[in-house]
Ligand binder design. Sequence first.
Ligand code: KIV
Length: 280
Amino acid sequence: MSLFKLSPYSLIDKKGKEPIVAITSYDYITAKLAEEAGIDFILIGDSSAMVVLGEEDTYSIGMEEMLIFCKAVSKGAPNTLRIGDMPFLSYQVSKEQAIYNAGRFIKEGRCHGVKIEGGEEVAEIILAIIKAGIPVLGHIGLTPQRSLELGGLKVRGKTIESAQKLLKDAQILESLGVFGIVIECVPAELAKIVTEKIKIPTIGIGAGSYTDGQILVFHDVVGLYLEMRPKFVKTYVNGFEIFKNALKNYVYECKNKKFPTEKESFKISKEILTQLLKYS
Ligand code: KIV
């Protein structure tokens, strides 16, 4: 395995010292962009189901698709910490299957760890994976793989029961030995309390500014996925418009015989051309 900037557990050393910045990536080029931009770690997220494959949610994506994305990201960002997102049904069926699938992210996807959605309810599975020597990143709050059970993609932790569950889940995950926890879509003050109560880093998405780090979906950051625009997303460039205009220019130039020009064409020698014309 190639050298990488950060190991999963060395992320813990950053807590309280410097903010951790993460982003999702699913392919060679965006991984290269992330590495060159100085991202601390890349999550090969199951959000690929939506932003790459055009699905409505993340339920349908499986191991084989995820591994293709992981392999591409590993080639594009060989020196960056890479975490593979375990898709729905890849870890819930049995501990054996969970360890096997987590191992595939390391062995085939060339990732350095896996992310698993859920708290107490998946504790035994997470422990089994960690015991197999595979670093795990937790994920609590809004967990899209449980959106059917939880009634949609809504902010979590707004009632005392769900706020207490979030805190308890974070503490359970910490005691299991995860190297960090993604906290998605919870009130900022709640994320602050959780962040202060545990010694491992919290990585927020829609969880305000008090977490130890931030993560966003690549396509949201560069304005390429317009189907859903959650309040917590900041779009840094209008990628969809920029690419669309470039493609419109391409269509225009082809239709109007402005592309290709001589500059983009190959030449043949005059002698060969003369011979060719003579015999044709
Ligand atoms: O799949 C994903 O992109 C994620 C992030 C939103 C944390 O799980």
